[in-house]
Design a protein around this ligand. Structure first.
Ligand SMILES: Cc1ncc(COP(=O)(O)O)c(C=O)c1O
Length: 358
């Protein structure tokens, strides 16, 4: 099969030598080789994300941390800021776990506003607030930095951030934004094969879990962090081959640096937006557009399913339709994350122009 170029919001393109890194003999997960591998990826991730908080790399997709962040930190009430499908999933997970959930709900395409967060937190006591950094279903980048300033005044409420489609491609000062828990899946801006999730946990969140009534076993922050601090390993058998790939890719990311990666993503987002304004329109609220996923309004009434199929057939490239029944044909999405650059995004926009006759 000829390689298909991926412009979906994850999985995204992965370097060939990173994939090849998985083609190595296995070793025991309690061996010194494993300790060396796991401590390297944890410490390199801290260095890359410029954080002194705890880092967990778990064999799972990021949704595991959506669930465990609730189990670990919410005894009673959680405020869920919802502005699309994935932030709604976090609220839904909390409900399924029997928690008391208040939604701070926004229309799809609109961003969470810090002043609304402040008002909601002043009205009631919450164990935590959940907020998505980048709402992949709508292409909204929430103002986490400003929400973080609000959180400064509510130190007993944990700030939980789903950054699955942004972390690593859109700079965030984790401690400076008062974020207690932030997690991602590696198949997004980390440009790795799927199967690992990364979570950054503050000391306050660690302590809150220790004192809480319930916590997750597999996704328990304390269990993973303690195991790492004692043995430099994971609490159960990890996806060793994926971690080998992770080590290699993280070296590339450190070499380029977060600032440069952030800049490259900004350039891709700006290029894509300009292209969208020329031929279509953008869907998300002005001022809050994502740096990793552009959601473009289908102002021409093009058959998106057909367009995707034809671009796939002729150019062997995949981009995404709108998310869910609400936006499927009304929008389409271009994922510009990971190892892409403006030139590779232009290859896709040229292909779309050709096929759609723009
Ligand atoms: C914002 C956001 N949250 C959660 C998820 C679920 O991630 P995963 O399938 O890796 O668990 C996604 C996937 O696209 C996402 O974009």
């Amino acid at each position: 099969m000829k390689d298909k170029k991926l412009y979906i919001p994850g999985p995204t393109e992965v370097r060939k030598d990173v994939i090849e890194e998985m083609n190595q003999c296995l070793f025991g997960h309690r061996s010194d080789t494993m300790t060396d591998l796991y401590t390297t990826i944890v410490e390199d991730t801290k260095k890359f994300l410029e954080t002194d908080n705890n880092v967990i790399v778990l064999s799972a997709s990021g949704t595991a941390f959506m669930e465990s962040s609730i189990l670990n930190l919410v005894d009673n009430k959680v405020l869920s800021a919802t502005c699309g499908s994935f932030s709604e999933r976090h609220a839904n997970i909390a409900e399924r776990l029997g928690k008391n959930v208040d939604r701070l709900e926004y229309e799809w395409g609109k961003a969470v506003k810090p002043e609304d967060v402040r008002k909601a937190l002043e009205k009631d006591d919450y164990d935590a607030i959940t907020c998505v950094m980048n709402e992949t279903s709508t292409g909204i980048r929430n103002p986490l930095e400003e929400i973080g300033e609000v959180m400064e005044d509510f130190p007993d409420t944990m700030f939980i951030v789903d950054a699955i489609s942004a972390l690593g491609g859109d700079y965030i000062d984790i401690e400076g934004s008062n974020i207690d828990v932030i997690f991602t899946s590696v198949q997004k801006a980390f440009a790795m094969p799927p199967g690992l999730a990364v979570c950054v946990v503050s000391g306050d969140a660690y302590d809150k879990e220790v004192n809480s009534d319930s916590s997750s076993w597999y996704g328990g922050f304390q269990r993973s962090i303690d195991y790492y601090n004692r043995k430099g390993q994971t609490h159960s058998t990890p996806a060793i081959s994926l971690m080998l790939a992770y080590r290699k890719q993280m070296k590339y990311m450190l070499e380029e640096g977060y600032e440069n990666i952030d800049k490259r993503h900004k350039e891709m987002a700006e290029f894509t937006r300009e292209w969208a304004y020329e031929h279509f329109d953008m869907f998300p609220e002005e001022g809050y557009m994502s740096q990793t996923v552009s959601t473009i309004k289908n102002t021409r009434g093009i058959n998106i399913a057909e367009l995707r199929e034809k671009v796939d057939e002729k150019y062997n490239m995949a981009f995404a339709n709108g998310y869910g029944s609400k936006l499927k044909e009304k929008t389409f999405r271009i994922g510009h994350m990971g190892i892409h650059d403006v030139d590779s995004i232009k290859e896709l926009t040229d292909a779309i122009e050709d096929v759609a006759g723009l």
